[in-house]
Design a protein around this ligand. Structure first.
Ligand SMILES: N=c1c2ncn([C@@H]3O[C@H](COP(=O)(O)OP(=O)(O)OP(=O)(O)O)[C@@H](O)[C@H]3O)c2ncn1[C@@H]1O[C@H](COP(=O)(O)O)[C@@H](O)[C@H]1O
Length: 111
């Protein structure tokens, strides 16, 4: 896993998620997600992403914020279920810093 430090919010969430591994699925939603496995969590993340899109197209700011939080939460659980971490994704974003998306795409696209 990457060394890069997540924000306090993401670091706290990641620590809580790790602490739920092996927990009781009846007491903990995170433990329930781990119990069902990465494929289930991935599908759940897909559902939450669709809900975020719907909120962006037709919902209030508060609804979009709520759905965005659900996406980030389920993504963090999915990464952990694959023995990765939100820190890995943040490190990848740091690696991309300063690389224009237009230039990056052009470097992959044959002329
Ligand atoms: N941030 C979250 C968080 N965001 C969303 N959710 C839950 O994600 C679920 C998604 O909603 P859905 O209605 O789609 O799910 P559902 O219908 O209940 O589930 P399914 O029947 O579809 O499986 C809800 O149960 C939400 O409460 C979260 N559950 C937990 N956390 C964090 O995880 C921590 C540990 O939670 P527990 O493991 O439950 O103690 C909490 O203290 C929070 O910090």
């Amino acid at each position: 896993m990457a060394d890069m430090k997540p924000t306090p919010t993401l670091a706290r969430l990641a620590a809580t998620i790790e602490a739920r591994k092996g927990g009781n699925p009846n007491d903990s939603y995170v433990a329930k997600l781990f119990d069902r496995g990465p494929d289930y969590v991935a599908r759940k993340l897909g559902e939450e992403a669709v809900e975020a899109v719907v909120a962006a197209l037709a919902g209030s700011d508060d609804e979009l914020i709520g759905e965005a939080a659900d996406v980030i939460f389920h993504l963090a659980v999915l990464l952990s279920a694959r023995d990765l971490s939100i820190a890995d994704a943040l490190a990848e974003l740091d690696r991309r810093d300063g690389v224009s998306g237009i230039a990056e795409k052009a470097s992959r696209t044959p002329e």
